[in-house]
Design a protein around this ligand. Structure first.
Ligand SMILES: Cc1cc2nc3c(=O)[nH]c(=O)nc-3n(C[C@H](O)[C@H](O)[C@H](O)COP(=O)(O)OP(=O)(O)OC[C@H]3O[C@@H](n4cnc5c(N)ncnc54)[C@H](O)[C@@H]3O)c2cc1C
Length: 434
């Protein structure tokens, strides 16, 4: 393998692999290094891989709405055949309950109208028709089981939900990352696994590739930090955190898998269901299971961890999430041993990612994906390649942020939205909802 490239991408997760693909298509000789044995084995492997267009901000929603069209056309986007098969996008749509916590979705629907994203408001009867296991009693506020009011409805009824047709989920996020690796390799990229970056050297005032465990240096004028929950460690190696107003850290999250209520086939008749009233979300999972995540209610303690040393076992938290969903889907069986997945989010200070350059010339970052950027990976790869090419050609992106055209929805966004130097964006939900 050569020891000098045009760009090194640190991390072969869904976003690293997508970035490598787009940089290769832009004509760069790219090396991707990952300390794990295969693509998508980091936090991508534990992703719920839900695709949905609704975020708190116009820019965040536009990017997510755009991403739906990439997943719909995944094989063509890749343009290369993966012998392991192709990741499947189940375009079942998203069903989101209207509740006090999301202001009955009025702000979200305003954003949807602004970006031209379709939706349909459903009254309680229509909600039941779409998902007959739903109860629309309100349980607000979300609680923990030690609270005597846990599981007690508050007497209010939810007024309905909104259906978004341009959403769903990808059944195998790790395979999706592998698909991108195969496409990137077809475009000329190289992948090196079991290779840990330990140093980010400099030469002549700019980045000079990476040093791997064992001391080998790979030279490159461009390095992109796509290290997921390890992003802050890489930024510290590069000594660029001082130039960032927004920073990142690792948050532990549990996802539970439980069977649906008796007689209901959630795998085929279920949907991605988002419920801020109980602070949970779910989607169908193979084997007729319901996959259950948390929407980060205030009552739950946040577990900030060292990404190299955290508890990978499911705890009581997974069961609590299932118990909250049992309020919405009465009759949901909760096994004595709840199974599921434990993984890390790479959370930014405002739960909006950083897709940006750094103060070190040649060093870029796609980090702080905050539990909600799997869906955007193919577009983010193209954004990062456009950013690298513009900055390497001399653009001062900090002073004059690069515009990026979202071709499917015909809307131009400013990459300044994702700047490391922005003020905390107070429009954010400060949760996985973005
Ligand atoms: C439980 C969970 C549920 C989620 N659900 C959704 C969802 O429903 N929808 C959605 O859109 N998003 C979701 N996300 C978020 C989404 O999965 C992430 O945003 C995305 O997978 C991040 O991809 P990545 O490539 O940036 O990082 P990762 O997949 O974490 O990849 C980073 C890679 O960097 C490597 N690395 C780190 N340090 C080094 C080093 N020193 N040297 C070499 N390699 C290194 C790691 O080994 C790793 O493979 C979820 C995330 C989690 C954890």
């Amino acid at each position: 393998m050569a020891t000098s490239y045009d760009a090194v991408v640190i991390g072969a997760g869904i976003i690293g692999a997508a970035t490598a693909l787009s940089l290769s298509r832009a004509g760069r000789r790219v090396l991707v290094v990952d300390k794990l044995p295969a693509a998508g084995y980091g936090s991508t492997s534990g992703s719920c891989a839900i695709v949905r267009p609704f975020y708190s901000t116009v820019d965040g929603s536009a990017l997510a709405y755009e991403s739906h069209f990439y997943w719909m056309d995944w094989a063509n986007f890749l343009g290369a055949v993966d012998e392991r098969g192709i990741a499947r996008y189940v375009n079942c749509g998203n069903l989101v309950v209207k509740c006090a916590r999301n202001k009955y979705l009025k702000p979200v629907l305003e954003v949807m109208r602004e970006i031209g994203c379709p939706y349909r408001e459903l009254d309680p009867e229509e909600v039941k028709k779409r998902l007959r296991i739903v109860s629309l009693q309100s349980f607000d506020p979300p609680r923990r089981p030690e609270d005597p009011e846990f599981g007690h409805a508050n007497g209010e009824m939810l007024p309905g939900a909104v259906f978004f047709p341009t959403g769903g989920y990808v059944t195998d996020p790790q395979l999706a990352a592998h698909n991108l690796q195969v496409a990137a390799e077809a475009a000329g990229a190289r992948f090196r696994f079991n290779a840990t970056v330990t140093e980010i050297p400099r030469r002549g005032g700019r980045v000079d590739g990476v040093v791997l465990e064992g001391g080998e240096q790979v030279a490159a004028p461009v390095v992109v930090n796509v290290a997921g929950p390890h992003s802050f460690k890489i930024n510290r190696m590069a000594d660029v955190e001082g130039g960032m107003r927004i920073k990142t850290k690792a948050l532990r999250h549990e996802v539970a898998h439980v069977p649906p209520p008796a007689g209901f086939d959630y795998e085929h008749d279920g949907i991605h269901f988002s419920d801020q009233d109980t602070a949970t979300y779910c989607r169908p999972e193979v084997g007729n299971h319901i996959l259950i995540g948390s929407e980060d209610p205030e009552c739950d303690r946040k577990e900030w961890v060292d990404p190299d040393n955290f508890n990978r076992d499911l705890t009581e938290q997974g069961r609590i999430q299932a118990m909250r969903v049992a309020q919405r889907f009465p009759g949901l069986p909760i096994p004595s041993r709840v199974r599921g997945v434990v993984e890390l989010y790479d959370v930014s200070d405002d739960w909006i990612p950083i897709y940006d350059k750094s103060d070190l010339p040649g060093f870029y970052m796609a980090v702080g994906t905050s539990g909600n950027q799997f869906k955007n990976a193919p577009v983010v790869g193209e954004m990062m390649a456009a950013l690298v090419e513009a900055c390497e050609a001399g653009r001062d992106h900090d002073a004059d942020p690069l515009p990026f055209h979202l071709k499917h929805i015909d809307r131009t966004v400013s990459l300044g939205f994702y700047s490391r130097r922005r003020e905390v964006d107070t429009r954010s939900s400060f949760s996985v909802l973005g």
